[in-house]
Design a protein around this ligand. Structure first.
Ligand SMILES: Nc1ncnc2c1ncn2[C@@H]1O[C@H](COP(=O)(O)OP(=O)(O)OP(=O)(O)O)[C@@H](O)[C@H]1O
Ligand SMILES: Nc1ncnc2c1ncn2[C@@H]1O[C@H](COP(=O)(O)OP(=O)(O)OP(=O)(O)O)[C@@H](O)[C@H]1O
Ligand SMILES: [Mg+2]
Ligand SMILES: [Mg+2]
Lengths: 259, 259
């Protein structure tokens, strides 16, 4: 069955959505079958994969509430092998509704279990989380096999990492003992500037093998691609952004083979 | 009494904290008395203003729960005229506690009312909000006179603006009829790149006078300054970031004189 990977970090704007879209797309180009689940009411992963806001039938909200099954909701993107469960701002109200229920942290996990048969055809599912340790993110961490966390090469982002690791430990103790830290990916990196280099050396010194060797550079095509509803590996496959995400995908697979 | 300005945008990493710190600091240098209230459990505004995590006595959490008064909690920063109400990750649990109370959206407003006498000495209070439309942000919008929203010069950020404006309308209808849209500030702008220019022209065409003339450029000193616990106007006063925030402060004051 597919490995469920939560892409989470409560610090805002660190590259969660960009990583979910482009790591997913690069793996699809390598022949894997990938599901991206948009767990953010902002719906950025949905827009970035070309799902126009008015064409999103069933969404993550209906999957969480049990009205729709996971795999039936998955829609084909322009890239073969890459599928999306879109979200809209309606997901915001699902957050409120879940809050009062006893099973509130297990809605996603239950939806995955219910559809386990149909999910067998996928290799990986990436859950794009909102910038907050709210119920939507907790649901993703409770359902995931592993957590992949983008780390923006900035001071505030480095500061937030310890909070994320603490939260991860709590989740492991309380709702999901199997959750493991998959890795940390440096994003928006500019090797000419001291701050970026300082963040990288700090992260590698403290987190060692957890930090991916691949570093995603700051590259304007990564900001342009979503406005065309395309992953960067489709929008501009020779760009530094596309090259970096293909390298990341290769390392992501290598790490699994070594285990 | 001071004008309460909420600095909010549910899109992550758009420059909310950087604007709260540096607009506040520039106004303090112009002789105004400024209070920055950190409403984000990440505590970035607190770190960026030099309040070490282990030296934060009473914080926003105690102010919201009524255990401490607003002005008594305010701590002097290194810059004369600039005061801070710090936060820690404890604020997360306050969010949970508030959720079950009837007055849940008015905790901040009640704290401000209770301390109205002592607040008279301040000219402006800036509330730095987390990247989410959660109870902490709603409390800030319910208590604020105006909303100042940073707009990162990126596609996803532009997309999120309509959601923010919808939320603002709902708040005006339900909890705070006096709340007005103060303005929108373009941040991390790079005039050499098409995407930045596209976002700027889109924003100015649709939002007209709401968009500040002053545009904050992408400038690495804005990322470096928080690692020294200083506003950029103190850390490197001749940098493009410092110049831009001083210009923003001047325009912020001009907009008020013209009204
Ligand atoms: N390596 C990069 N180089 C340049 N721009 C980037 C890069 N990665 C992401 N971006 C842009 O930076 C912005 C923030 O990235 P993104 O939206 O993926 O972060 P996020 O963590 O998902 O944000 P949020 O916390 O709001 O969910 C986006 O506009 C994106 O297009
Ligand atoms: N104009 C700028 N030029 C360069 N870097 C900037 C600029 N403004 C902010 N930054 C840096 O970009 C990152 C995001 O900014 P900031 O943390 O202020 O955004 P935010 O909206 O408060 O994020 P969050 O949504 O997590 O609260 C920070 O590391 C900050 O130092
Ligand atoms: Mg995102
Ligand atoms: Mg912030």
């Amino acid at each position: 069955s597919p490995e469920i990977v939560a892409i989470a970090n409560q610090k805002g704007g660190v590259g969660k959505t960009t990583t979910a879209i482009n790591l997913g797309a690069a793996l699809a180009q390598f022949g894997r079958r990938i599901l991206v689940l948009d767990m953010d009411p902002q719906g950025n992963a949905s827009t970035g994969l070309g799902a126009d806001a008015d064409k999103r039938g069933d969404t993550t909200r209906e999957v969480l509430s049990g009205e729709a099954s996971l795999v039936a909701t998955a829609m084909q993107t322009q890239l073969p092998g890459l599928f999306l469960i879109p979200s809209t701002t309606d997901l915001h109200s699902a957050d409120m509704v879940m809050a009062s229920q006893k099973e509130r942290v297990y809605f996603l996990r239950n939806a995955i279990k219910k559809d386990a048969e149909n999910l067998l055809e996928y290799d990986f599912a990436f859950v794009d989380c909102p910038p907050s340790l709210n119920l939507l993110t907790i649901n993703a961490l409770a359902a995931a096999d592993s957590l992949l966390s983008p780390l923006q090469s900035e001071f505030f982002a480095l500061e937030g990492l310890s909070q994320l690791i603490l939260t991860m430990r709590e989740i492991r103790k309380s709702v999901n003992p199997m959750l493991k830290m998959e890795g940390i990916v440096l994003t928006m990196h500019d090797s000419r500037n001291n701050l970026s280099r300082m963040v990288e050396s700090d992260a590698r010194n403290t987190l060692k093998q957890l930090v991916y060797e691949t570093v995603i550079p700051r590259n304007v095509t990564l900001g342009e691609a979503p406005s065309f509803g395309k992953p960067v590996v489709v929008y501009d496959k020779r760009s530094r952004g596309a090259v970096a995400y293909r390298e990341l995908a290769a390392e992501f697979l290598r790490r699994r083979e070594q285990k």
